[in-house]
Design a protein around this ligand. Structure first.
Ligand code: UDP
Length: 244
């Protein structure tokens, strides 16, 4: 298996991978059977990883750090890097689910509000009738029950675990409990179940093509997102401060 090229954005590792490369990499990892984690890296996570040593360690150990966000592409371009296009965690999540259905790998959906993971499982069932969903669970459990949740995933026998608890909660839970889950591949998918279940709308394709999905999300949920806009600005300032 070819290793992916890695780049550092403000010292935080991100892999150089387009969608086919990233998907092939994940499929190879599952076939290999060695436990692996995939995680999307956006500007917010880069800043968080600089402030939180555990998150940096988690990213260092992840098998795939997805270059998610126009900010990452811009930063890479500025430092003469090779990340040319944004790859959203959301798109990769959908492609991986499709692959799981073809390969007969069972999946566990962990996260989002009660009822959402079930709704996402039903939506997936309509799109991919062959998909085996080993289990679902919402993401609103107390942190001291993290081990019980891992035991539930293990008991389900799922091969692939999707975790949609937002950041950094999903990364933190995976950092502490992934190896207890017995699953081969885990991927953090943020608000992905809300989208699959039809509770949250994604930006239209043309807005995504223009690299403006962040603005769309901000206009849809200004209260929830304004803090995040602040970190985008901070990220841009820090990148510009770097010597070119
Ligand atoms: N969530 C959860 N447990 C929590 C807090 C949040 O499962 O304790 C879920 C929430 O319901 C939503 C997702 O995590 O489905 C967060 O979505 P967001 O779009 O904010 O994800 P991010 O942008 O952080 O990837």
């Amino acid at each position: 298996m070819e290793p992916l090229a890695e780049e550092r954005i403000l010292g935080v590792p991100v892999d150089v991978a387009d969608e086919p490369t990233a998907l092939a990499h994940l499929i190879d990892l599952v076939k290999l059977g060695q436990p692996a984690v995939a995680v999307a890296v956006n500007p917010e996570k880069v800043l968080a990883a600089r402030d939180n040593p555990w998150l940096l360690r988690f990213l260092e150990g992840a098998a795939l750090r997805i270059p998610d966000g126009v900010g990452i592409v811009w930063a890479s371009h500025r430092q003469g890097g090779a990340i040319e296009k944004r790859l959203t965690g959301m798109d990769l999540f959908l492609r991986l689910t499709e692959a799981a259905s073809k390969e007969h790998w069972s999946v566990f959906l962990l996260g989002a509000k009660p009822g959402v993971a079930d709704a996402a499982a039903r939506a997936f069932g309509r799109a991919y009738p062959e998909l085996q969903v080993a289990g679902v669970r919402d993401g609103y459990f107390p942190l001291d029950q993290g081990g019980e949740v891992a035991a539930q995933v293990r008991a389900s026998g799922a091969t692939i675990l999707f975790v949609a608890m937002g950041s950094p909660r999903q990364e933190h839970w995976l950092f502490e409990h992934f190896l207890e889950t017995g699953s081969v591949l885990a991927m953090g998918v943020g608000g992905g179940f809300d989208v699959v279940a039809g509770r949250v709308r994604r930006a239209p394709h043309w807005i995504q093509t223009l690299g403006l999905e962040w603005l769309f999300r901000f206009l849809l949920q200004p209260r929830a997102r304004w803090r995040r806009m602040g970190s985008l600005v901070r990220f841009a300032v820090e990148i510009r401060r770097q010597p070119v």
